[in-house]
Design a protein around this ligand. Structure first.
Ligand SMILES: Nc1nc2c(ncn2[C@@H]2O[C@H](COP(=O)(O)OP(=O)(O)OP(=O)(O)O)[C@@H](O)[C@H]2O)c(=O)[nH]1
Ligand SMILES: [Mg+2]
Length: 460
């Protein structure tokens, strides 16, 4: 069967029923560059509407011109116009206090009819980290409590680079806040974690010489090897030695394309397109119905599977092994013990076929907890030579790097602890909240994640 893209399919292409919101600098950049890339590749719309929000006027202006975003799709809120500088509690309050103007503008952008929201943010800053749990509470209140209409809300949250201890602390607060809110039906249905530190490692490993050249140019330093780049990130806990802005910016430019790939892979099965078949039919809400609340994606692209060249089960097993160990977006080690998995296997019809489901299931077996649910989705493209891709969404996997994040955050809290009120004042000054709140977020986090924090630990 031959199918065409073009004017004919424009009418049949249905935009997904999802509204994208980017909060803060990272969130806005990711949504902005995603929209720009989709335009460039002429992809049908994966989102029905979108809004980029910030408490920082300059950042919002920058993002508008960088990605060609119309003014009405952006929103400046909060009192300061210069951001909240990592004080996530200010980010939280700013969102709550601006509820009316935010909903007015979301209304103008057509958010009423959608069934789902994807919120993009970093977890380490202030505006996005604090604003995200706040806007979810507001959305759930509005749709579920006031209108009795179920909506799903996904957070795509970016974990900090290595050595950003202050951001590690914010991230812990945000994730524990989101999970606690979920117990009251006011949290995210899925929190999808992408880690800057892992994405950077992946990029540096897969495109060694390119990345070294790029960083050398950007940072104007002589870099002899990858190891040297990694040690450039300070691991000390003194904030004054936090990674310098230029290094961070260069790292961000390197990892963002990787973030966009996974977002595209996640959104595309739910959008009707003339050149593909999806089975079972999958809409975005299915992810949250089938997966546990914290998800780490893995994406293996351009897989060279050759059905005629040797054992297909073996090739599929090698594919799954590689996807989990080498392409996950937060490091899940080699024993993630995930409690649920969703896979999207896409490619040409003779490769992406349900007959392989049994082998995929067997291959996934050693990476999941006993009894964990596996949900398949096959996407067959009719294009000439489509590439073969595997997207794995791992629900509640072990995430060894969270241990690192917890340690960084704990050391920072200890550094600023002591009987002196001057010391205690640090928490209010730099986070907008008390030491007590942060300590309880950390212990919350330890409790929530402890059972799958230690790699290799068996489950009872
Ligand atoms: N992957 C990625 N990370 C980013 C990007 N921009 C910033 N970050 C990371 O996000 C964290 C900082 O958060 P921001 O998004 O800048 O903070 P914000 O939400 O704007 O909050 P404030 O600036 O504190 O008001 C750091 O860990 C950055 O490395 C981006 O475009 N992509
Ligand atoms: Mg900012």
């Amino acid at each position: 069967m031959h199918r065409m893209r073009g004017s004919e399919s424009d009418e049949t292409t249905k935009a997904a029923e999802v509204f994208a919101i980017g909060i803060g600098e990272c969130g806005s950049n990711i949504v902005g560059s995603y929209l720009q890339t989709s335009r460039d590749k002429k992809l049908p719309s994966r989102v029905r509407g979108y809004m980029l929000m910030n408490t920082d006027r300059a950042d919002l202006t920058k993002v508008r011109s960088k990605y060609g975003i119309p003014k009405e799709n952006t929103m400046l809120y909060g009192a300061s116009e210069i951001g909240v500088g990592g004080r996530f509690m200010d980010g939280y309050n700013a969102m709550m206090e601006s509820k009316d103007i935010i909903f007015d503008q979301l209304g103008n952008l057509g958010f009423e009819g959608v069934s789902g929201f994807c919120i993009f943010t970093s977890l380490g800053g202030g505006t996005g980290c604090g604003g995200t749990p706040a806007i979810i509470e507001l959305l759930k209140q509005r749709f579920q409590e006031e209108e009795g209409r179920r909506i799903f809300v996904y957070v795509i949250g970016v974990l900090p680079f290595e050595g950003q201890s202050s951001e590690a602390l914010n991230s812990i607060w945000a994730v524990s806040k989101l999970l606690r809110a979920q117990l009251q039906e006011r949290g995210a249905d899925l929190t999808i974690l992408l880690s800057n530190r892992t994405m950077l490692k992946r990029i540096l490993n897969s495109r060694k010489s390119d990345s070294v050249d790029y960083l050398q140019r950007e940072l104007d330093v002589d870099i002899a090897s990858i190891d040297q780049i990694e040690t450039k990130v300070p691991s000390t806990l003194d904030e004054t030695e936090d990674m310098d802005k230029r290094t961070e910016q260069a790292f961000v430019e390197l990892v963002n394309p990787l973030a966009l790939d996974v977002i595209e892979a996640m959104l595309s099965p739910g959008v009707y397109e003339g050149n593909k078949d999806v089975f079972p039919t999958t809409d975005l809400a299915d992810y949250s119905r089938k997966l546990d609340p914290v998800v780490v994606p893995a994406l293996y692209q351009d897989i060279g599977l050759i059905p005629d060249a040797g054992s297909m089960p073996k090739q599929l097993r090698a594919m799954v092994d590689y996807a989990i160990k080498e392409t996950s977006y937060a490091d899940v080690g080699d024993q993630p013990n995930a409690e649920s998995v969703y896979y999207v296997f896409s490619g040409p019809r003779h490769i992406s076929k349900a007959e392989y489901g049994m082998h995929l299931k067997e291959s996934l077996d050693k990476f999941i907890a006993p009894g964990a649910a596996i949900t398949p989705c096959y996407v067959q493209y009719y294009d000439k030579d489509p590439s073969t891709n595997l997207l794995l969404l791992l629900g509640l996997p072990k995430i060894p790097e969270l241990v690192q994040i917890i340690n960084e955050a704990t050391q920072l809290v200890n550094l600023h602890s002591g009987s002196s009120p001057l010391k205690q004042g640090w928490f209010m000054r730099s986070k907008g909240t008390t030491r007590k709140e942060l300590v309880s977020a950390i212990s919350d986090f330890r409790e929530l994640f402890s059972y799958y924090m230690t790699p290799g630990e068996t489950m009872e």
